[in-house]
Design a protein around this ligand. Structure first.
Ligand SMILES: Cc1ncc(COP(=O)(O)O)c(C=O)c1O
Length: 419
């Protein structure tokens, strides 16, 4: 018999195997200083395009003040225990009511973390005879939620309505046999490529098929829609989303999350959501902080306007200079370049060291081999100067990528990696 750890000693996993080359720089980098458009990386100032602080609330002085006061008033323990047992308060309820009103749903329920809240909500919504149909490019929290499901599941091709329809036909046949129902899951905005889920077309399929729709709107909440209520509002289909999810980890610049739906559904989830029933309540600092942030989302439309000013300048600037930004329909701004992983590493190093631009890099297996994806998240704290500086830097690195500079620079690394 093998020692359980044997496989760990041999194989660190698909990402872990790069640790030696990547850790501290490409992965687990340490960004220092207050969260803003410019922070420090390894002692040097960089323009940061990798932080999901869309509305610039992370370091807003009013927000910081409320957070600090809440910490002084409540400490980080209060309330103790799960909501059901001893961790329930008026302010938790108030925040839920305000969130529900903001996203135009009857009721809402707080989650301690978006990731585990999504997993748990999927788990609570389906029984063994139900069928899940979900987008193949779904976020890990959706995939892991589906993994808990004891019944059948189908994936449809990314944002492909024809494929969804085909899978709904299969799911319907199956559900007729099992006696269960169908749950369709999509993201509001797909966080890597920035495309919006085709919610309007998904919802239109409700005329033909009997299913309920669950939308993870982590990147849409606060950034899309007239009032910032998200992708459902943007596409005019908020009412047809049966269960709506958003995290506080992006536009709200905090920790925590919520789901919103009809009262009866939330009442059910309240008593069946294992991630909340068996975990300590969201601490008060975060609740008070979220109330403040939500108030700012409601009353300060200029935050979203500032964000979009930067998004538009960045995306149109990239397009004008001939960069491929794919099919984004949101603030998420991908730039696709051709190159190997070692070239991507040399390029990102150059971008950070010599041009002071910090963005995330995504390579195979997340995207096809031979492609490099530089992913940028514009925020309301960025300036037009940041954008120009970044566009100029991108021109320079593209030139060096095409003239083979990075290939030469990364030759040793490529050899080591057998490329
Ligand atoms: C689409 C999506 N869903 C869920 C989550 C998880 O949210 P949290 O960070 O609150 O756990 C994220 C990342 O934050 C996300 O991008």
């Amino acid at each position: 018999m093998k020692d359980l750890f044997e496989k760990i000693y041999k194989d660190k996993g698909p990402l872990g195997k790069w640790a030696e080359q990547a850790e501290g720089y490409f992965v687990f980098p340490k960004l220092e200083g207050v969260i803003s458009n410019r922070m420090k990386f390894q002692g040097k100032e960089v323009v940061t395009w990798s932080i999901n602080d869309y509305l610039g609330l992370a370091n807003n002085p009013e927000v910081r003040k409320v957070d600090a006061q809440a910490a002084a008033d409540y400490g980080s323990a209060y309330p103790m225990g799960a909501r059901m047992m001893s961790g329930h308060t008026d302010l938790h309820e108030q925040l839920q009511n305000e969130l529900a009103a903001f996203v135009n749903k009857e009721a809402a329920y707080l989650l301690n973390f978006g990731y585990q809240g999504m997993v748990s909500t999927i788990d609570a919504l389906v029984a063994k005879d139900d069928i899940i149909v979900y987008d193949v490019d779904a976020h890990a929290c959706i995939i892991d939620g589906v993994r808990l499901h004891m019944g059948k599941r189908f994936t449809y091709k990314h944002n492909n309505i024809e494929s969804l329809e085909k899978n709904l036909e299969r799911a319907t046949k199956m559900a007729e046999q099992t006696g269960g129902g169908i749950l369709v899951i999509s993201e509001g905005v797909f966080g890597m490529r920035g495309e919006q889920g085709r919610l309007k077309e998904i919802v239109a399929l409700k005329k033909k098929f009997n299913f309920r729709l669950f939308v993870d709107d982590a990147h849409g909440f606060g950034t899309l829609g007239k009032t910032g209520a998200g992708t459902g509002e943007e596409q005019g289909v908020q009412d047809d989303i049966d269960v709506y999810f958003a995290t506080f980890a992006k536009s709200m610049a905090s920790t925590g999350a919520f789901i919103a739906a009809d009262q009866e559904i939330i009442d059910y989830l309240k008593y069946n959501l294992r991630s909340q029933m068996f975990a300590k309540s969201l601490q008060m600092q975060l609740v008070v902080g979220a109330l403040k942030r939500l108030d700012m989302l409601r009353t300060m439309p200029e935050l979203k306007q500032n964000l979009w000013k930067i998004v538009n300048a960045l995306q149109s600037g990239l397009k004008e200079r001939g960069f491929d930004i794919g099919t984004t329909q949101s603030c998420v701004t991908p730039v696709y370049l051709n190159g190997s992983i070692p070239e991507a590493m040399a390029l990102v190093k150059d971008l950070r060291e010599n041009y002071g631009i910090f963005c995330s890099i995504v390579v195979y297996p997340v995207i096809p081999k031979g492609l490099i994806l530089l992913r940028m998240i514009p925020t309301a704290t960025h300036t037009l100067e940041d954008v120009t500086e970044t566009l100029d830097a991108f021109d320079a690195i593209r030139e060096r990528l095409t003239n083979g500079t990075y290939k030469r620079m990364s030759a040793a690394l490529m050899k080591a990696m057998g490329e």
